[in-house]
Design a protein around this ligand. Structure first.
Ligand SMILES: Nc1ncnc2c1ncn2[C@@H]1O[C@H](COP(=O)(O)OP(=O)(O)OP(=O)(O)O)[C@@H](O)[C@H]1O
Ligand SMILES: [Mg+2]
Length: 745
């Protein structure tokens, strides 16, 4: 039943679909033109509220002090790092902000400035709100007067609330803003807080240095003990292991190899002695005559004895061969030889003894060297272990000594720092009493009020528009119906009514009829001119198609169909065209009542016999308009059938022959079906929309219901526009826009 709006739209407009209506620029300006009083009231109201607030609010003053941060943190222990260029991380800066806001620091300021005695803080001059809050709080509290500590705490909280500390961009500067009721106090408290921070920073530095010094002292004491203990350990160890110097101790390679060589030599000597001894022992068993003996024994005594023996042996052999063995000389010689042999054996024994003793000596020397070497090797291993241990002890002692030395150095500088603690934080801008209040910000509040008021006004204006859902401008009509809006007809009753009030009741009656003949009385009025525009539009359309039968319809009753039809017809007739006006609203017949209240016959009778047309038509002398009234004794049930009957089309055919324009005042579309049905027979339809009354929904529903009607729809007029509002809507046309109209002529 409710068709989408696009169905009627001939073209696209630029805009956003908003709450069922297209929110285009034109629409916004239209809405503003109509609703500007609302916007003005909202803005004015909001501005008034702001002004009242500005007058009532307690002025506050903000003083600003700036502190340059300590770029060298308390780095007593970190002496090596290049402190002057060390960067402070943001966390440090932020914690300084917290330090400034801390309870302890603020409390020291509160105590120093005796803020608990200040009426701004102790509540001896409370505002209205504070009194109410105080009373409310006392309902829940114990009722006992608060302790000094609680009072101080409350003041601290209040000071913290008024204090705003922040880092200036990414610098190391802290900006301290304090808000107070008087400029002097603001500056005083801001400076006090800044100073408290600086003193606190010094104190903190002193404390940290002191703590560091104490720690250093204790630690260096420990270190000194450790260093001397480890030194002692080194000495004891050296003594225990018989190490004189660190250079001595290791058995040299040379010593070892020397000993080895001696041992090898000793072994060779032993072997030689043994060989000699063995030979001597072998010889004693052998025959002395053997030549090998002398070879082996390079001994002069034996060689001589052996030579004698060999001589005697040769003599003996000669004698015994010559004289026999029993010859005295031979026996004598044999005895001598025996003696010689004994001498040789004795000599050999003596040499053998000497050789044996040689061998024994060599053997014992070798054994002694061997033992020496073994001892040396064992000793070398032992001394190596001791050396390692000693090195260990010595390096520990070194470490402790170095540590101790560096701690001593640090301790020295820390002690200096403690006696002269230096803080790099400093006040770079002292707070001065501000010469202007910081809040309430008059301009900002006014602008805020203005903007807020405007926003509220716009909101209310648009809400009103959306809620009302009515049409007020040609653009809206065109959007809604997709056909041209032929004009806006102003409300002409107001003036007539106004006159009626001034005049007699008789005049009031004539004023009603005045509406239906307004174009005659006010030919140069805007009303007449708009209707002329309707005629022009029809005439233009007539160039392309035959338009004679023109129906005037509307969605709902009392939108002004009859008034428009009557005036329009009279206007055309006045222009000299052959025109007939038919009262086609068989239900109310208001046109007949208006123009020909005494008519005895009309449309129905003519339908029966179109040839009697001339008899039933009433011609106005004034305008030359022919009027065909409708006269029925009682309301008809089949009026729609009558309107669409064959007889009606016959009648219209006859009328088309006689007249240039046939204007028919129709019944409203929504309540009765007559107009929809009749639209088949007409050439064009002009739709009347009551300005600011007819809703879009009604319009949609009524027009969407009939395709024939849509097809015949030539245009629409907005009727009964409020002249004042119209002036606002049409302000864009310039101030001379109405100078061509003569309303009171
Ligand atoms: N432009 C106007 N200025 C002042 N009053 C007007 C205007 N148009 C119509 N009226 C008044 O509004 C009332 C209804 O008008 P009218 O009878 O023309 O409406 P209608 O649509 O024909 O009503 P119905 O559906 O009952 O036939 C009348 O009193 C008329 O005087
Ligand atoms: Mg009517």
């Amino acid at each position: 039943m409710y068709q989408p709006r696009e169905h009627f739209q001939s073209g696209h407009r630029f805009g956003i679909e908003f709450g069922g209506a297209v929110l285009s620029f034109e629409r916004v300006t239209d809405v503003l033109r109509r609703q500007w009083p609302i916007v003005a009231v909202c803005t004015g109201g909001s501005l008034a509220l702001v002004i009242v607030y500005l007058m009532m609010a307690q002025p506050m003053y903000t003083a600003n002090a700036r502190i340059m941060m300590d770029t060298r943190q308390a780095q007593v222990l970190d002496k090596d790092s290049n402190t002057s260029s060390a960067l402070i991380d943001t966390g440090y800066v932020d914690s300084q902000v917290e330090v400034i806001n801390s309870d302890d620091l603020i409390l020291s300021v509160v105590r120093r400035l005796k803020l608990t005695e200040d009426p701004e803080f102790n509540g001896s001059k409370p505002g209205l709100l504070a009194i109410i809050m105080g009373k409310a709080r006392s309902l829940f509290g114990s009722g006992e007067p608060p302790s000094q500590e609680r009072i101080e705490h409350a003041v601290v909280e209040q000071v913290q609330k008024n204090l705003r500390t922040e880092r200036v961009l990414t610098t190391y500067v802290l900006s301290l803003n304090y808000r107070a009721r008087t400029p002097d106090k603001a500056a005083k408290i801001a400076n006090a807080i800044a100073n408290a921070y600086l003193v606190g920073a010094l104190e903190a530095k002193y404390q940290s240095t002191k703590r560091a010094t104490e720690w250093l002292q204790q630690r260096s004491l420990e270190l000194s003990e450790q260093a001397s203990a480890s030194d002692r350990a080194v000495q004891t160890f050296k003594a225990e292991h018989n190490i004189v110097g660190t250079s001595r101790g290791l058995v040299s390679e040379q010593q070892l190899s020397d000993l080895n060589t001696q041992l090898v030599q000793a072994r060779a000597a032993t072997a030689e002695a043994k060989a000699r001894l063995d030979r001597i022992e072998n010889i004693s068993d052998q025959d002395l005559a053997q030549p090998t003996v002398t070879d082996a024994l390079n001994n002069s005594v034996i060689t001589r004895l052996r030579a004698q023996f060999l001589d005697m042996n040769a003599q003996y052999a000669d004698l015994s061969r010559r004289y026999g063995k029993t010859h005295g000389a031979a026996v004598n010689l044999a005895n001598k030889m025996q003696e010689l042999r004994k001498n040789i054996a004795d000599e050999l024994n003596r040499i053998g003894d000497a050789y044996r003793s040689d061998y024994e000596i060599a053997k014992s020397r070798e054994a002694s060297l061997d033992a020496n070497l073994k001892e040396l090797v064992a000793q070398a291993g032992h001394t190596g272990q001791a050396e390692v241990k000693l090195r260990d002890l010595e390096s520990a002692a070194d470490t402790y000594r170095n540590l101790y030395n560096s701690f001593l150095e640090k301790l020295q500088s820390a002690t200096q720092n403690q006696s002269f603690p230096l803080s790099e934080s400093r006040l770079i801008s002292t707070a001065t009493p501000p010469d202007r209040k910081s809040s309430p910000r008059t301009l900002l509040a006014l602008v805020g009020g203005l903007v807020g008021g405007l926003c509220l006004g716009f909101g209310v204006a648009f809400a009103r528009e959306l809620l009302h859902d009515v049409l007020r401008t040609p653009a809206e009509v065109e959007d809604e119906l997709g056909v041209k809006c032929l004009g806006i007809l102003p409300d002409i009753g107001a003036r007539a009514k106004g006159r009626a009030w001034l005049g007699s009741p008789a005049k009031s009656k004539s004023s009603t009829s005045g509406v239906s003949r307004y174009v005659i009385d006010h030919p140069f009025s805007r009303f007449a001119e708009t209707l002329r525009n309707v005629k022009v539009s029809i005439d233009v359309a007539r160039l392309t198609r035959d338009i004679k039968v023109i129906g005037i319809a509307s969605s709902l009753p009392k939108e002004g169909k009859t008034t428009v039809a009557a005036n329009f017809a009279q206007l055309i007739a006045l222009a000299g065209h052959r025109t007939v006006l038919i009262d086609g609203d068989l239900h109310t017949r208001s046109l007949t009542r208006e123009l020909a209240p005494n008519a005895g016959s009309g449309l129905i009778e003519t339908l029966a016999d179109p040839s009697t047309l001339g008899y039933h038509v009433q011609r106005s002398k004034e305008t030359g308009l022919d009027f065909l009234p409708s006269v029925v004794s009682s309301r008809m049930v089949n009026s729609a059938d009558v309107m669409t009957s064959k007889a009606m089309s016959n009648l219209l055919a006859v009328l088309r022959e006689h007249y240039e324009y046939i204007i028919i005042d129709l019944a409203p579309v929504m309540p009765v079906v007559d107009s929809k049905a009749f639209s088949v027979l007409i050439d064009a339809m002009v739709y009347v929309i009551e300005w600011g009354e007819t809703t879009r929904t009604a319009l949609q529903e009524s027009v969407a219901g009939s395709e024939v009607l849509q097809k015949k729809l030539l245009g629409a007029v907005l009727n009964r526009a409020n002249p004042k509002m119209l002036q606002r809507i049409e302000a864009y046309k310039g101030k001379h826009r109405n100078s061509y109209y003569v309303e009171n002529a």
